[in-house]
Design a protein around this ligand. Structure first.
Ligand code: ACG
Length: 476
């Protein structure tokens, strides 16, 4: 299970209120104790933005987060605790303040060819596929292509010298000790067609690029972990995943949340079959990176209307599903926050270590609105309460940690009955049946085996068990 860590909000090691590597190093025991096996570190390279996805130097750490020496120490300490660390690498674009872009504006080669410049006025009608935003930004007497907005000019990997630079960047971070990468915006490397003058995902060219980057990386670290961010329908996600080894399963994250929202076990069964087909047998060419939410989405508790039982039920589903699970920082405390384009970063608020909202190591980089002090949401308050959201969340995570075989299991049977999902997982040596009551009504279910109650409450007798609403059990 990997922890999606946003350094800026996690823990502050130098008293400037901004989370950093030193602060995060001091919290590695916390992550180990939580039951994590790895960390997905959101971008840490030099950047003018709070999110770090617009880079000004691919070969250095953002000075607010620390320096290369502190990064090496963080990685060494993580490895001492058997925690892998993968780095979020946004290779699709840079900041407008990257030296390459500034030199390109001066017409310097090869940097001029490392970006996309308007060649035909008709291209200006191109729009971003999902929200029809403009994708060309005017500057001086020309335009540059910037799919993610004016602050992020796209890099042009038609240029061989840039392609080689991409390899050098991977070599640099792997040599520092990272265990792999989360490749940002993987379907966007080639996403503009000169022929049509429109935004078009050139999937084959993208996959060719990533195959080269992954092959290059494996020469440096054969055991490296690569996760692709392809936020699209299942067919598209599947198309990319085998090149990386692990692909984030966005469609599954919607299936779980929508099935809960619609109180529909049937929706889950149908949706699961459609988004996890590679787990119904043993011959699979990639794993799913499974998750409920990430930094681009509304937080889990907020997405289920603030209902802690439903949020914990969702977590109990996640830990019962094969694949590699990813947890977004703060979900373990039931942090809230709605994602919206207004850049209010509600879903990225400081991790509340203290009930008062303040204390050694607390990050204060932005005002807190959705996870206020003195509301019982802090780690300090929840860690010692057996019935806290945190204690329940940790118990659910521990279930997955104690059954690592689930990651590579296959789904032997999956069906809906009386509003419950029955899922049997199998590996060479293990088998387990999970029963989830996706309804507001108590349901009797035929259950053979030792009952482990994940969430909610179940009362067993002989081979039948009564599952209260939103209860999940494992039968071993
Ligand atoms: C990554 C990072 C994100 C970052 C960037 C840019 C990329 O996680 O934090 O933004 O470096 C698109 C891209 C993703 C991108 C998100 C933000 N995420 O593909 O790579 O935007 C549809 C589209 C997706 C689109 C998504 C956005 O298909 O392509 O993601 O909408 O909401 C169903 C459909 C599915 C659809 C969803 C949602 O699931 O099947 O296709 O997805 O519904 O409608 C960062 C900052 C930004 C900043 C940028 C420069 O976060 O604020 O602007 O950097």
């Amino acid at each position: 299970m990997f922890y999606e860590l946003f350094l800026r909000s996690f823990a502050d090691g130098n008293g400037d209120g901004i989370g950093d590597l030193k602060g995060a190093t001091a919290k590695l025991d916390y992550l180990k104790e939580l039951g994590m096996e790895g960390i997905w570190l959101l971008p840490i390279m030099s950047s003018p933005s709070y999110h770090g996805y617009t880079v000004t130097d691919f070969y250095d750490v953002n000075s607010v987060y620390g320096d290369i020496k502190e990064l090496r120490h963080f990685l060494a300490e993580a490895h001492k605790r058997n925690l892998k660390v993968i780095l979020d690498l946004p290779l699709n674009h840079t900041s407008t303040n990257h030296e390459w872009f500034l030199r390109a504006l001066n017409g310097e080669k090869p940097y001029l060819h490392w970006y996309l410049w308007l060649e035909n006025k008709s291209w200006l009608q191109a729009r971003r596929p999902w929200d029809k935003q403009k994708v060309w930004t005017p500057i001086n007497d020309t335009f540059y292509y910037s799919l993610f907005g004016p602050g992020s000019p796209d890099l042009n990997y038609e240029s061989d010298s840039l392609w080689q630079e991409g390899r050098r960047i991977l070599t640099f971070w792997l040599s520092l000790g990272f265990d792999g990468f989360r490749f940002d915006a993987a379907k966007h490397i080639f996403d503009f067609s000169r022929e049509s003058g429109n935004c078009e995902y050139l999937h084959d060219k993208n996959i060719e690029f990533w195959a080269d980057m992954v092959t290059h990386s494996k020469k440096i670290n054969p055991g490296a972990v690569f996760v692709s961010e392809v936020w699209d329908d299942w067919e598209t996600v599947e198309n990319y995943s085998s090149t990386f080894g692990i692909g984030f399963n966005f469609p599954l994250s919607y299936v779980v949340k929508e099935a809960i929202e619609e109180k529909s076990a049937t929706k889950f069964v149908k949706g699961f079959r459609g988004t996890m087909p590679h787990y119904f047998d043993d011959a699979r060419s990639f794993e799913s990176g499974i998750f409920l939410t990430n930094h681009d989405m509304t937080r889990l508790v907020t997405s289920v209307g603030g209902n802690h039982s439903l949020a914990l039920f969702a977590m109990s589903v996640l830990v019962g599903v094969p694949g590699l699970p990813f947890l977004f920082y703060g979900e373990e405390l039931g942090m809230e926050g709605t994602y919206n384009e207004l850049f209010n970063e509600e879903q990225l608020e400081p991790f509340p270590w203290y009930e008062s909202g303040f204390g050694p190591g607390q990050t204060e980089w932005k005002a807190v609105d959705k996870n206020r002090p003195n509301t019982g949401r802090s780690y300090e308050t929840q860690k010692s309460r057996k019935d806290s959201f945190f204690s329940n969340y940790k118990r659910i995570v521990a279930f997955r940690r104690d059954h690592p075989w689930i990651r590579c299991a296959r789904v032997e049977t999956l069906y809906e009955e009386s509003g419950c999902v029955h899922m049997t997982l199998k590996s060479e040596t293990r088998q387990m049946t999970l029963v989830y009551n996706f309804s507001d009504a108590p349901v009797w279910a035929e259950c053979r085996g030792k009952i482990v109650n994940l969430v909610g409450s179940a009362h067993g007798s002989d081979n039948r068990v009564l599952l209260e609403p939103w209860t999940s059990v494992a039968l071993k």
